[in-house]
Design a protein around this ligand. Structure first.
Ligand code: GUN
Length: 311
């Protein structure tokens, strides 16, 4: 058989059509991960050095953590807080009470801890059982031992000037922004969530750092409209996947404060991390992001409380 043209080769005498096959590789840059675990290592090393210096002077820093009830999540949180204290050379006490503890009994314990010179920081884990007025309990903590920064005098001082303590989670978020040298001044920050623990103090800290701040919540109409304008997006709603990749401005810093479980029981945040990391410039993981920073800033607040008593 006479040799014919190769498959696809032009027959002799026919016009040559040169087909270019251009393969366009989409250029997707994955976000840089802001590791709360790594950042915490540096900050905790500094805390441990300062704790050793105080201990050497016979003034070991001390934190009391009070847990009422048996919420499994709260038990894990307080265990981690107490362990971090021990690892940093603090004196720590964990007071665990049955959910039937009365409000009066809890107020009595807070008064005793206020008067205890070995204790520089007091943390009453929230939420409290429904029969206890959390506001009353927080107000009973001496402001100079309120290492959560929840007392009205510290919350008010956060609004108007220099609080004795900044709430740990939003304080940790600010440290994360600092760690990547992010120019917060002039940036548009959107905070999703308006709790007293995270959203409201977060907005205040960002505002004080010079950001233009929008505060949203889980009920905000067309949430994506707001989040797509965010240079800095802090999400703290406790609702898994409330922020998806299409709601993120390309290159934005995405800070995920959420702590949820997926269908397989695995820890996850409020942001659809796998897809969001292809759009964001920086993103925090869950676990290993904001969680460790919250505990680290509790240590920082407690060491500062102890150092103040040493002056
Ligand atoms: N419950 C959830 N987060 C916190 C926190 O930062 N401090 C206290 N006391 N309770 C919490």
């Amino acid at each position: 058989m006479a040799p014919g043209p190769r498959d696809g080769a032009p027959a002799p005498g026919s016009a040559r059509i040169i087909a270019f096959s251009i393969r366009i590789f989409p250029i997707t840059m994955s976000a840089q991960i802001i590791s709360g675990t790594l950042l915490s290592q540096n900050l905790r090393a500094d805390v441990a050095r300062r704790a050793a210096a105080l201990t050497g002077k016979g003034r070991q820093p001390g934190l009391a953590v009070v847990l009422v009830g048996d919420s499994p999540a709260s038990q894990v949180y307080v265990r981690n807080k107490v362990k971090a204290c021990e690892d940093s050379g603090f004196y720590s006490v964990l007071e665990k009470y049955d959910a039937t503890l009365s409000e009066a009994q809890l107020l009595e314990r807070v008064a005793a801890l206020n008067a205890d010179p070995k204790i520089h920081g007091i943390l009453v884990q929230l939420p409290l059982p429904a029969h206890i007025d959390a506001f009353k309990v927080i107000e009973a903590i001496a402001p100079e031992k309120d290492v959560d920064g929840f007392h009205v005098s510290n919350a008010g001082m956060l609004m108007t000037g220099q609080p004795l303590f900044r709430p740990c989670t939003p304080y940790g978020v600010m440290k994360m922004l600092e760690s990547i040298d992010y120019p917060v001044r002039g940036a548009h920050a959107v905070v999703v969530g308006a709790s007293n623990i995270v959203g409201k103090p977060q907005a205040m800290l960002l505002l004080q750092a010079g950001a233009t701040v929008t505060i949203c919540n889980s009920k905000t109409r067309d949430l994506g409209y707001h989040t797509r304008h965010a240079d800095i997006l802090v999400v703290a709603t406790g609702k898994r996947n409330i922020v998806t990749a299409d709601m993120i401005k390309p290159g934005a810093v995405v800070i995920d404060v959420g702590m949820n479980r997926d269908d397989n029981g695995k820890l996850c945040g409020d942001v659809d991390f796998e897809n969001a990391k292809e759009v964001a410039g920086w993103i925090t993981p869950v676990p290993g992001g904001v969680g460790p920073m919250t505990i680290t800033m509790l240590l920082v607040n407690t060491i500062e409380a102890a150092e103040r008593t040493d002056r």
